[in-house]
Design a protein around this ligand. Sequence first.
Ligand code: WTA
Length: 639
Amino acid sequence: MANGRRKDEWEEPPTGFVAEANITERDADAFPEAGWPACWEAAADLLEWDRPYDDVLDDDGTTCWFPGGRLNAASNCVDRHVAADRGDETAIIWEGKLEETRTYTYRELYAEVNAFAAALRDLGVGEDDVVTIYLPMVPELPIAMLACARIGAPHSVVFAGFSADALATRMSGADSEYLVTCDGYYRRGTALDLKHMADNACLSVEQSIERVIVNRLHDDIPAGDHHAFDDLVADHAGTEIAPVERDVDDLLFLIYTSGTTGEPTLVRHTTGGYLAHVAWTSHAVFDLMPDDVLWCSADVGWITGHSYTVYGPLSIGATTVLYEGTPDHPEKDRLWEVIDRNDVNVFYTAPTSIRAFMKWGSEYPDRHDLSSLRLLGSVGEPIDETTWQWYREHVGGGECPVVDTWWQTETGGVVLSTLPGVDSMQPGAVGRSLPGVEAAVVDGLGKPVDSGLPGELVLTRPWPGMAKSLCEQTDWGGRRTRTADGDWQYETGDKAVRDGDGYLHLRGRADDVFNVSGHRLSSTEIESAIVGVEGVAEAAVVGRSDTVKGMAVHAFVSPESNVAGDDALRDQIERAVESAIGAIAVPHTVTFAPSLPKTRSGKVVRRYLEAIANGEDLGDTSALRNPEIVGELESLLEQ
Ligand code: WTA
């Protein structure tokens, strides 16, 4: 609904929740009084600083949050909780694929992180050396991340579902000479060979790579050119490594994401601003308290897992759940069983998952006692009203506040959401921007549009979790721009509408990035893999709405004139995408077409293909050079 639901249909935060919330109405009023950027001091105050910062923001040229400050992220996430006599509290609960579980107290985490940090140092890792981590959801993943942070070595986590080629591109791009990976992992009961992928990637990069292998499959790993994670930790057991003091602006990590070009986009996050942002949003948006158990179901290979499985909850001193499995194995009540057993208080997932749960039916959550839950979160794509209500009713027992959180890899942490103890919830809308964040909906010229009208979502003021590239880019180019009046503006690439009450409704991407089952993909990246297949003349990839996945990948491929668009070619295309990016990017549908709709200047018009794939009306197509192809494609899809 463009103008949102009537206010009397909004949901108020439950009274019991409001009474106990971290952020109350009074706190919320204090933020505007403090003013921007001073209100962000509350975020920095959640951290322990080795050297206090001189100022909240230096925005003269390059943007720097909390300039002058020095800190270490690992010591903020681990040491200070041990020092505060919370060493026996649980830091990580791991729920493994084969029904194994493992827990780490903060003291145990401290020991593991120190031992692995010492091992990394011995392998030659110095401050600012990039360590690539290619691991599935095993405890060694956060341990390796924190060990890197401890010695000031930025990590670059590569999602384990990416291919060897994708790993190689990321290792080369980051000039990384160290890799932490494992022998393999289980997916739906079968063991997948990750070491083989990693070996292939190492062969195809120029630099030589020092490898550490986690033994996940419990088989013997043939001796070779690598170190075993367990041996390294055992050899360095008891060693303590002083955390390296990092400047606020020093890198904490690199992460690659899909952008609008054919190449993955490198996003760099800094130590101070990022950590302050994720700590503050964990506290304010997820209402996380040190005694809470948070389960963010995203893979740590994506930004959501970095921020709200690792750095956010651990900086608060809470317990984080790391889940290796799938939601429907061994049974479709697996997640609810995990919540029940571990008394999870805050659960954070994506609408694509909630829609799958809805499809399976409420009998699965109904089987379990989910009364430990006190807050639910959603992220990754717009959550429609029906899904929102189902989530609140069947998972949240009708009582938990639901926060719809909008953010991106580039923003580091949540920037748009309601505050659960303060704001009314409007199912289907993310709410306003958080205190200290300013958002606008603008037209193609960067001018704000009236409420009720669609436009592009921009952020008009810097925020602490912003990626370093956004801090540095002060010119007119790129996605950080200045308007004609010289104002700061970051183009998010998302479409949105602001309703009469100021709540924002997200409408998907305005560019060619899309989200499939929570994985951020770029059509250009997939297209370049497809056109690399012999016999393919042209390809265009669009997102097709899918009731469960949110989006499905639909490829339109035009083969060379003497080549048949048959199953063999489709097979090759699928294999090419899988090897360039990974199974997550393989098109769900491939339509072979004699040609693609083009403008008179020869540009493929994706907008029309998107409408065709989604069965929507195309409107006037007379400006095309080949309007007849539209009807042909429509009838091909009907078959
Ligand atoms: C989309 C994931 C609507 C959006 C944290 C954004 C959302 C992209 C929401 C970033 C939401 C994320 N409502 N859309 N609550 N949250 N998105 O970088 O299109 O993997 O630009 O970060 O996800 O995806 P990324």
